[in-house]
Design a protein around this ligand. Sequence first.
Ligand SMILES: [Fe+2]
Ligand SMILES: [Fe+2]
Length: 227
Amino acid sequence: MLPARENSSGRSGRSWLDGALARFEADNNASVAPTNSLLERIVPDPALHARLINTLSMLEHMGSHKIMATQHSAGIDRPTLKHVAEEAQHAWFMKHQAEKCAGREMKYAPGDLLAPASARMYFQRLEALIVRSLGSRRDTDAPYLYMSMVVEFRALWFYRLYEKCLKRAGHAMSLKRLIGEERHHLTDMANRLERSGDLSDARAYRFLDGERQLYLGLLRALQRATA
Ligand SMILES: [Fe+2]
Ligand SMILES: [Fe+2]
C-alpha cells in the first residue's frame, strides 16, 4: 500500500489514489452492466473465451513491450524491471490459459483474437493522447508512469469484474495473483508520479476521461465481434 504521506501540495498519497479509484468507479459505473453481460456471454463458450483470453494476453504483451521500448536507459531501476517482468508473465499466463481453453496453440492472429484492431488502437490512441498532452515533460519518465497508471486503473477494474464472472460460472481460472500485482503496479505508479512532482489531478483525470472513451470504443467492438 501507498504510505500516507504528504507531498509538496500537502496532499496525502494514499488519499489521492483512494479518491481517484472512487472517482474511476463512479465514472465507469454505466459500463459495469454491459461489461458483465459481454463476459457472461463469452465465458461459457470455450472457443470464444479462448479468443478473449488470447486478446488479453496480447494486450499484456503490448504493455510489457511498451515498457521495454521506452525504459532502456542506464538508469533503469529495479521496480521498472520488476514491472516489465510481471507484465510479460501476465502475457504468458493468459496465453497458457487461452491455449488450455481452446485445446490448441493460439497466435496473435485475427482468427484467434477478438476485435484485434480495436484492442491495438486502444493502446496506441491512449499513448498518443498522453505523449501529446505532456508537452515538455515527454522526455522524462512521466509518459511511462502516466500510461502505466491509467492502464492499471482499467486492468484492475476489468479483471475484478472478470474474476467475479469466472467464479459465478464455476470456472477454474483464478486471477487473484494477477489482480494483486496490478494493484501493486497502480500504487507504485501513483507513488512515483507523486515523488517526481508530476502528479496533477487535472492531468490524471484528463487521461482517465480519455481512457474511458477508448474503453467504450473497445467494448462496442467486442460486443460486435461476439454478437
Ligand atoms: Fe498486467
Ligand atoms: Fe500491470
